[in-house]
Design a protein. Structure first.
Length: 415
């Protein structure tokens, strides 16, 4: 209720289970029960929010005008479905508790999600439901006043590997050169040599340009640096490298710096705390925000670990290779731990766009057609438009100049 009314609609609400108090109240009021009391605004409740634990269920997805909906409420309800149960189902990531086969890096598979299956992944349906309910409430209660809510913007720069060739030491640099030779990757060999001879900058080292773009548009931006030991999935520069540390410090002078948690720390809370502390010592300020490697989340354990490591905000809620709204919303929310029946003190910031999802498009024009449509969805509900770009892709060569596209996107949406 607080998520929908207070955070989305900016309406303060009170609660009561006493019939006499409810009847005495003279202002706008809603009953969320099986039967209405009088002629108030009535939403017939599904059993979901009155249960404990998880139970498997087959959901029938219907329509509320042009919006998908589920948990139908019957004719007497002022809404055709239980908006609170449906919202909870999506925000709590209820479906991820069901048995499923994870993908190669341990993530919940996109194609098993209700939103993907019923083609509403690219719509922030929870926000849209709330806005549609607000219009009905205004019809019933004309004196109801609501403050306008403007779209917010945040750019996330993910830095799992800060440099492609530079600062890797003789051993790692030599091994990389040999692998390129055996694989006949002559273009990489040429690029590697140019960087080593300082004839060209490292292709991943685009931090000065990114900081400049953010400053030009006064854009809130967060750089998530991986600060971990080398492993199979974690291949960044050594945390002892002075050039790497200086880079992090210099970025922190202009934008927020946070932790891109390593793959190795996923189920190792002690290691996660160590990475957090080490990064905080470099920038000389607390590290409260986190992103998980490959956007890998295992509910509810992942968020319990993040809370244990004293993170306050997570930016991993989304799919790497598909645009849209994994939790059905473009509004930040607190994670609810169903097995423990408690709201965990960590705020989830769902992103709408990950740059790797843009690789499937043939041209910049196609990319902006899709981005325009997604941004309009967020703007129309006064949501939070969060994009995730990696310095790797921004520094790579391809059919699109990614750094130019990024600058154009910022100028298009973030002013």
């Amino acid at each position: 209720m607080k998520q929908i009314f207070s955070r989305m609609l900016q309406i303060e609400v009170g609660f009561t289970t006493r019939v006499e108090d409810f009847i005495k109240h003279s202002g706008p009021k809603i009953t969320y029960t099986k039967q209405p009391l009088q002629n108030e605004f009535f939403i017939r409740s599904h059993t979901l929010l009155f249960e404990q634990g998880i139970r498997n269920m087959n959901l029938a997805v219907g329509k509320w005008d042009d919006l998908p909906c589920f948990f139908p409420a019957g004719e007497r309800s002022n809404l055709p479905f239980d908006i609170f149960a449906a919202s909870f189902y999506l925000l709590s990531r209820y479906e991820e508790y069901f048995p499923h086969v994870k993908d190669l890096v341990g993530r919940f598979p996109l194609k098993e999600s209700l939103a993907y299956e019923h083609d509403f992944l690219k719509r922030p349906v929870v926000d849209l439901w709330a806005r549609k309910m607000l219009e009905l409430l205004k019809e019933r209660f004309p004196a109801l006043e609501v403050r306008p809510k403007l779209v917010r913007h945040t750019s996330v720069i993910d830095v799992p590997i800060s440099h492609s060739y530079a600062h890797r030491g003789l051993l790692r640099g030599g091994i990389g050169m040999l692998l390129d030779l055996f694989s006949l990757r002559f273009r990489r060999i040429s690029q590697r040599m140019a960087v080593m001879l300082k004839a060209k900058p490292d292709p991943y080292d685009n931090f000065k340009e990114l900081v400049g773009i953010h400053a030009k548009y006064d854009l809130p931006a967060i750089f998530f640096f991986q600060f971990a030991q080398y492993s199979r999935y974690d291949k960044n520069i050594s945390t002892e490298n002075n050039a790497f540390r200086h880079l992090i410090k210099s970025v922190a002078d202009y934008d927020t710096v946070a932790l891109a948690a390593s793959y190795s720390s996923f189920a190792n809370t002690d290691l996660l705390k160590e990475e957090k502390e080490n990064l905080a010592n470099v920038i000389n300020r607390p590290v409260n925000y986190v992103r998980l490697r490959y956007n890998r989340v295992d509910v509810p354990e992942t968020y319990r670990n993040l809370v244990s490591a004293e993170f306050t905000d997570d930016y991993s809620m989304g799919y790497t290779h598909e645009m849209g709204f994994k939790a059905g919303t473009c509004t930040s929310f607190y994670f609810y731990d169903i097995p423990q029946e408690v709201q965990q003190p960590i705020k989830i910031h769902p992103f709408a766009v990950h740059d790797y999802a843009l690789l499937k498009f043939a041209s910049e024009e196609e990319i902006f057609v899709e981005l325009d449509r997604l941004y309009k969805e967020v703007r129309d509900v006064g949501g939070h438009f969060i994009t995730v770009f990696t310095n790797e892709l921004l520094g790579s060569e391809g059919k699109v100049n990614w750094l130019q596209l990024y600058a154009k996107m910022i100028g298009r949406y973030y002013v």
